[in-house]
Design a protein around this ligand. Sequence first.
Ligand code: FAD
Length: 505
Amino acid sequence: MTPSPDIVVIGSGMGGATVAAGLADTGASILILERGERLEPGNGERSTRAIFVENRFRTREQWRDGNGRPFNPGNFYFVGGNSKMYGAALFRFRREDFEAREHPGGVSPAWPFPYRELEPWYGRVEALYRVRGRLGEDPTEPPHSTPYPHPPVPDEPAIADVRERLKRQGLHPFSLPLGVDVDRWLAGGRTPWDGHPDTRSGKMDAETCALAAALAHDNVRIETGAKVERLEAAPGGRRIASVHVRQAGAPRKVAAGIVVLSAGAVNSAAILLRSADGANPAGLANGSDQVGRHFMNHNCSAMLAIDPRRRNDAVYQKTLGLNDFYLSDGAGGPPLGNVQLLGKIDGTILKANLPWCPKPALDWTARRSVDWYLMSEDLPDPDSRVRVDGEDIVLDWTRANLEAHERLTAIMRGVLKACGYPVVLAKPFDRRTPSHQCGTVRIGDDPSRSALDPHCKAWDHDNLYVVDASCLPTSAAVNPALTVAALALRAADRIRRSVLDAQGC
Ligand SMILES: Cc1cc2nc3c(=O)[nH]c(=O)nc-3n(C[C@H](O)[C@H](O)[C@H](O)COP(=O)(O)OP(=O)(O)OC[C@H]3O[C@@H](n4cnc5c(N)ncnc54)[C@H](O)[C@@H]3O)c2cc1C
């Protein structure tokens, strides 16, 4: 048994690193247990072949789908978690995302609190992650009490031209809110950052921002290569007594005053389910039978707008978004989703997705395409779920609201053709890529219908918090990481109060 820290945080991604940053100045001893290692330079981090063909950075794990078929998920286990690979589009959920809304595929339920409750926390995490953006361009932007801390990442000339074409269609393209220092990033290689691993070279991610802030305090430390297998409840079940960890093949137990589980939406649910005991046969924090349910992961497609007469010489490309179809279809109909540029794709990435196509044709296409990412809300469904079968993870994802995504795809095809791109190709992202996984240990104000209270504390246990994308009750249709971070800083504020009480302050 390792000597007991005041707080154990499991996972150093967006949720775990941000909660640690929020608690570091309490002076409490904080131990972060992270299964991955630090990403170091020199392993093909700017090579699209290494990243997208050889899958060098992806976990080697196999999960099973709802039909029992094994698959290798697009999950990344490093210090900093999935944020090391992310596109760093750091959006606030829209005000309407916190309210119940009718979608083509059903109702997206209300959060236990409105947007204004999370607004100050959004401002703080925008400062922590040094977000670049500009207010006043996106008609769906919710109220901000603080402006973006930095001006937006500039459009490259080819993208400035796309912006003007969209405006001429009467649309409202806006500068994506981004967490990247583009000059530093490009100094490490003239590549996009989206989907590329960050070896501390300009991306504002969980390691470079929140973890760095946390580790600046002597009372915070991280152990890497430390995979948490399960939690153990104390007799009576109200408290978590210890965390079972495997490190370099050896098992050990860590006792803690407070446990913060931040292993990502699939792994946090799996850890709770694997922690079943005689008193909690369905797993810990699961008196409501909600753990693992309501798995969501956005319905997404890549869309290539191609003008055979014009080359797109953008390097990073990812500076524009479009929310004209976010709150309605543009004609008073239902919400459809968000559109944003992808990092510039190349022929190697296309070949990884279309292996039957000749590479020269794909190189030619990629040099002329403007590449978009279309994202629609997935709705919470209790039968869309993570289960465990012994050591195995089963991800039985039932997608919802595909109608909205099909309509968004059809509308954007028309928009891009009207903008002067005669060829528009679309391909849905496949089911093995749970990049925006969420919802599996959700917050709520009814203990019979949620696993966590609105501050991410388990209803069933006094010293257990789950602070990562698991806690989101809905997926909205913008990228989730900033919301995960805002919820983490807010949860840290609640935990801080119990730490200070324990210290008699
Ligand atoms: C390619 C890609 C692009 C993306 N682009 C964007 C984007 O542009 N904008 C955006 O908002 N979001 C983006 N996302 C999503 C974003 O990265 C996630 O929403 C965010 O990282 C979720 O935070 P989290 O804390 O839930 O999980 P993570 O950040 O993944 O952190 C989980 C951590 O727990 C660790 N862990 C897992 N299991 C264990 C265990 N058993 N023991 C110990 N440690 C464990 C993991 O190694 C990891 O460090 C992207 C994701 C991917 C994969």
